[in-house]
Design a protein around this ligand. Sequence first.
Ligand code: CUA
Length: 328
Amino acid sequence: MRLTFAGSAGTAAIALAATACDGVQSALTPAGRGAEQIAELFWWMVGGAAAVWLIVVGLAVYAIAVRPREHSERSSRILIIGGGVIFPTVVLTILLAYGLSLLPPLLEPAPPNSLRIRVSGEQWWWRVRYEPPGLPSFETANLIHLPVGEPVEFLLESPDVIHSFWIPSLGGKMDMIPGRKTRLTLHPTRTGTFRGVCAEFCGDSHSMMNFDVVVQDRPAFDAWLASQSAPARAPATASAGHDIFMRSGCAACHTIRGTEADGIVGPDLTHVGSRPTIGASVLPTRPESLIRFIEATSTVKPGVHMPSFDMLSESELDSLATYLLELR
Ligand code: CUA
C-alpha cells in the first residue's frame, strides 16, 4: 500500500517536473544556441551525478547486505583513497573541463553588423530600445521581438539596482549593473513566443518583472520594426481618453510618440495596445487590467513607482483604458 502510494507520488512528481520543463520559460526545451549548450551541459552533469550516486550506493549495498565481512586495513585504505579522492577528482575534472570548453562560444560577441538592442532594467520593468538602420529609433517596454537564425547583441544596463537579464529558452543570463554596460549575445534557432525574467533579487516586485519575447522570421520582424517605429495612430489622439491622459499627469512620466506626451520616467506607451501584457507581464492587455492597474497600481505591483490614480471616476478610467488599447 505504502509502496503504491510512493510509486504514484513519484510518477506524479516526474509528470509535474516534465510539465514544468516545458513551455515558454524552459531552459530544457532550448530555442537558441546558448540554451542548447546549457541544456547539454545540464544533462551531462545529471549523468555524472547519477553515475557517482549509483556507484556509491551500489558499494554500500554490497558491503552491508551482499558480502558483509571484515576488511583489511590495506583494502579499506585503497577504497577510501580510490573512491573518496581519485574517482571524484577524475569525474569532477572531466565535467569542469567540459563545462569550461562551452564558455568561449557563449561569451563570443556578435558579428559587427548584427542587430543590437539596448535593454535597461528599471524598478520593475524593462526599457527596450531599438535603433533599426533606415528607421527612426524607438523605445518599447517589456517586449522584445527577434529575428530567427540571426545573432543579436543585447547591451544591458541599469540606472539604480542590479538586475539579471535572462531568457531561459534562448540562452544564459547576464547581470545589469549600475554604472556599467554588459553585453549578451543570443542566437534564436526557432520561432515562437518565450518569456524573459529577472534572475537577480532586485526589490519588492522582482518576481513581477518579466517580459515577452517573440522570435519570428525576418519579414515579420521587419514589419514589426516598421509598425513600432511609427508614431501613435492619429485617430486615437482625438478622444476623451487622450484628454484625460494629458490632464491627469500621465504625460509627465510616459511618452506617446506623435502626441505631446514625452515623459521618460515610465514605459513608452506609443503602442501599448499591441503588447500582449501590461505591467511587465503582470496582467494581460485587456480593458479591465488597465483599469485595475491605473486605479490601484501598488496593489497589483508592490513597491511600484507609479502612483494609484484612484481619484479618476469609473467613466474616466473606462475612457483612459479605451484610449490606451487603441494605441496599437
Ligand atoms: Cu530586477 Cu529582479
